[in-house]
Design a binder for this molecule. Structure first.
Ligand code: FAD
Ligand code: DLZ
Ligand code: SF4
Length: 510
């Protein structure tokens, strides 16, 4: 009898039809899954995120066994645990005499390189759980002066037929975002996401994580995420029936007392393979065609998955392993302590970081226009910002997190993902949220002891990066507004911004 092959399944590859399982033989090959310290600790992941991944891995392994696979599963507290993915693979190779390992290519260069360096042949198959392969993305990107998501998205609409009427976009427009910028009322009842009671296996994971990662930023309990495909599908179905209709209009809104608004809260399920992106998009399209949701909601939602999610993955792999080290604006400040739960007087930051701590979740505008915006305005080192986002969100995996953080949010890639930096003063946050009402600072004040820090730092950012951005037509208006301000006023803003940055550096409460 020939030696078995090992089939490696990682914590974000929990799909029965994932490439490595499709290429394997259930009769003779052996699945290897491992909970390992290295993956849990290479950034200080939120305890909820670690628990979600480990619980989902355990449930997936049980499903594979039920389906007839032989699974060698290592738990985090197994005494034999080698502590790393390569270590576990080698241990299983020795134990079984396997001559070859089949893997689905990981979503992170770090792990691709580690697997490639093993002293046993590892076949890394393309991860085809995406709607655009790496090759297809590269072919689309080839020869273009700049990569813009909107054009990629249109191409993906044509290719999949999603929301198309023949060669034309359904409803006559590709994008309905002009209907999607409404602030939300705090006193309206909104159906929240679907949550789940942990079963005994998940409880065991929670105890394990509690014992090992209690010092990490983030609350482990209450733990309410789904951890199986059936639960992930139920969560999406609940969103489709009760929340998608309002998704479009309130996509950019923020409320202090509502962490989720009408967002789907499915990123964690999509990114671990518990939900299928095409099925999700088709279901949203059907909800519109059947008359249950307006087109601005269906289109806005589909664009996030068919457009942004596929686009950033293409960028991550096309740009290569050095992407995460880019720092085009040469920002060097340390990430302020309030990102890790320290005190702040800024109500918007306290709300976004607070719900990140309790839920391992913040929605897109909170990530981009509150925590991301502040880090960019304050000139924080993008590598530290990247590490923070990768650690604190349950849906964070490098292929999707890095282009969003370093590219879209911090402009550290010099404009690969976005054509201009996402910066704003407090006015944007005031318009889209109810945060400012309860804040120590005054959002309408541009100078003085209570001036909103976003106002001071906004002008400071534009001034210090003027040579780079003043020629950008999308930013010309901002510079015109600044230039129209009286000179003594401008000097006061910059002096106060410098003083604020000095207080940040000194670790004072801001
Ligand atoms: P919804 O708002 O309901 O959107 C539905 C789905 O669309 C999401 O689940 C997601 O799969 C997809 N999507 C939406 N926006 C994006 C986007 N910009 N890029 C890729 N997919 C998108 N998303 C992650 O999945 N993982 C990350 O680690 C991550 N890090 C981010 C870091 C920063 C600085 C920013 C600005 C955004 C980041 N995003 C990330 C994108 C987005 O914020 C999340 O996908 C979204 O908030 C997840 O919540 P949801 O499932 O409720 O999404
Ligand atoms: C994120 C993560 C964590 C916390 N733990 C594990 C683990 O114990 N075992 C595992 O196979 N995968 C884990 N992961 C997911 C990997 O880090 C993931 O495969 C990479 O981030 C690539 O996307
Ligand atoms: Fe945030 Fe400024 Fe509003 Fe305070 S006033 S919540 S710091 S935007």
């Amino acid at each position: 009898m020939s030696a078995p092959r090992l089939v490696l399944v990682l914590g974000d590859q929990l799909t029965p039809s994932v490439a490595a399982l499709r290429a394997a033989d259930r009769e003779s090959d052996i699945v290897v899954m491992a909970e390992v310290e290295d993956e849990a600790a290479y950034v200080p992941h939120h305890p909820k995120k670690i628990a979600f991944i480990l619980a989902a891995m355990r449930h997936f392994a049980a499903e594979l066994e039920q389906a007839g696979w032989r699974v060698l599963y290592t738990r985090l507290d197994d005494p034999e645990n080698a502590g790393s993915i390569p270590g576990e693979v080698l241990r299983r190779v020795e134990d079984t005499g396997a001559q070859e390992v089949i893997a689905t290519e990981p979503g992170e260069w770090r792990l691709i390189d580690l697997l490639g360096a093993l002293p046993v042949p590892v076949r890394q198959l393309p991860d085809d759980r995406f709607l655009c392969s790496r090759k297809e993305f590269d072919a689309w990107a080839e020869g273009r002066k700049s990569l813009r998501m909107e054009y990629f998205y249109r191409e993906m609409r044509r290719r999949t037929g999603l929301l198309m009427e023949g060669a034309k976009p359904a409803g006559g427009q590709w994008n309905y975002d002009h209907d999607n910028r409404k602030p939300a009322a705090a006193d309206l009842f909104r159906e929240g996401p679907a949550w789940f009671e942990p079963d005994a296996e998940t409880q065991a994971v929670l105890d394990l994580v509690e014992g090992r990662f209690a010092g990490n930023f983030g609350d482990l309990r209450p733990f309410r995420f789904g951890v199986t495909r059936a639960q992930a599908e139920a969560a999406f179905d609940h969103f489709l029936r009760h929340r998608l209709a309002e998704f479009g209009a309130y996509q950019d809104a923020m409320l202090a007392e509502d962490a989720f608004l009408s967002h789907a809260v499915i990123g964690l399920y999509l990114n671990t393979g518990l939900l299928d992106p095409l099925k999700v998009c088709r279901a949203a399209e059907a909800a519109w065609r059947d008359g249950y949701v307006p087109i601005n909601s269906a289109e806005g939602f589909i664009r996030q998955i068919l457009g942004w999610r596929e686009f950033v993955r293409g960028v991550y792999f096309r740009e290569g392993p050095d992407y995460v080290r880019r720092n085009r604006l040469n920002h060097q400040r340390k990430l302020p302590d309030f990102y890790w739960g320290g005190e702040t007087r800024m109500a918007c930051m306290a709300a976004a970081v607070g719900q990140t701590r309790t839920e391992a979740y913040a929605h897109h505008i909170q990530r981009l226009m509150v925590t991301g915006n502040f880090a960019l305005l304050a000139g924080v080192n993008p590598a530290e910002v990247h590490e923070w986002y990768l650690a604190v969100y349950a849906d964070a995996f490098e292929w999707v997190e890095a282009p969003n953080t370093l590219g879209m949010s911090q402009f550290a890639d010099g404009g690969v993902v976005g054509s201009k930096p996402y910066v704003s003063s407090g006015a944007y946050i005031e318009r889209m949220s109810d945060y400012c009402k309860g804040c120590h600072y005054r959002v309408r004040e541009r100078t003085g002891p209570r001036a909103c820090p976003f106002n001071l730092l906004y002008w400071h950012f534009l001034t210090r990066h003027r040579p780079r951005f003043q020629g950008n037509p999308r930013m010309a208006q901002m510079y015109r507004t600044w230039d129209r301000m009286a000179e003594d006023r401008r000097a006061a803003v910059l002096a106060e911004a410098d003083a604020l940055l000095a207080r940040l550096s000194a670790g004072d409460v801001v």
